[in-house]
Design a protein around this ligand. Structure first.
Ligand code: ZN
Ligand code: FE
Length: 263
């Protein structure tokens, strides 16, 4: 668990399963909160109780079990509505509202905007809180990596990452999994001279050895270390032998290499 308070909105990170992150989000001073992704009932419920929060809304980033499995138990306990992508409404337990790209809604004074970011799955969406510049990306982007393509094409994922990159650079990004260690090893492989990667790995190891979640970086910070957001990097292109290639070719090559990367 960690608490952050950018401009009056608090985010509590809940670790669940092997390496999942779920997030409780609420206005500072308000006991009403929402949860983003529901990997497991017990750790979410424990954190709600510890923090004295009431759950009023459940948001899912996509339909995979490790992001929705506690919907049913949380609905039974809190009677909170479940929102998700309109693509996923029929395949996410207890969903009552489907959301579309660009749609905005409000919860307890917090504005939330929906961004369709397909690639990992067809219905993958991000939740963006413009007031505090917070972004919850599910399994599209990770610390120094990106999600595997289960239902989307390289083009779709590449476009989704561009869409994320076009948000304000101070936007804080919250990932669906803790994959820093392995992604960092891959990032160093394709960009050995990038010293920022070492710094990210060092900070992440420090957090993990203190039994804390790793810090959510800003978009600007992520763009300095994440190869999938650095398709124009001459160093990466040289490493791949793709100096004159289009961005999409660099992306596809990185994604294929990452798929078989053993670490
Ligand atoms: Zn997933
Ligand atoms: Fe996942």
């Amino acid at each position: 668990m960690n608490v952050q308070d950018p401009k009056g909105i608090e985010v509590r990170t809940v670790r669940a399963l092997k390496d999942n992150y779920c997030y409780l989000v609420h206005r500072a001073g308000s006991a009403l909160c929402l949860v983003i992704d529901t990997s497991e009932f017990a750790p979410i419920q424990d954190e709600l109780e510890r923090a004295g929060l009431r759950l009023g809304l459940i948001l899912n980033t996509h339909h995979h079990g490790d992001h929705v499995d506690a919907n049913e138990d949380l609905v039974r306990r809190w009677d909170a509505p479940v929102y998700c992508s309109s693509h996923d409404r029929s395949r996410i337990p207890n969903a009552v509202r489907g959301l579309d790209d660009g749609e905005t809604f409000e919860f307890d004074g917090m504005e939330i905007r929906v961004l369709a970011i397909p690639g990992h799955t067809r219905g993958q969406i991000a939740y963006y809180f413009p007031q505090a510049a917070l972004l919850f990306v599910g399994d599209t982007l990770f610390s120094m990596g990106c999600g595997r393509l289960f239902e989307g094409t390289h083009e779709e994922m590449c476009h989704s990452l561009e869409k994320i990159s076009s948000l304000p650079p101070q936007t804080q990004v919250f990932f669906g999994h803790e994959y820093t260690e392995k992604n960092g090893a891959f990032a160093l492989n394709v960009e050995p001279d990038n010293i920022c990667i070492h710094a990210r790995l060092r900070a992440a190891r420090e957090s993990m050895s203190a039994d804390r979640p790793t810090a959510a970086p800003t978009l600007a910070e992520e763009m300095r270390v994440n190869p999938f957001l650095r398709l124009k990097s001459p160093s990466i292109r040289r490493q791949l032998g793709l100096e004159g290639a289009r961005d999409i070719e660099v992306f596809a090559s990185l994604r294929r290499l990452r798929d078989v990367f053993q670490g």
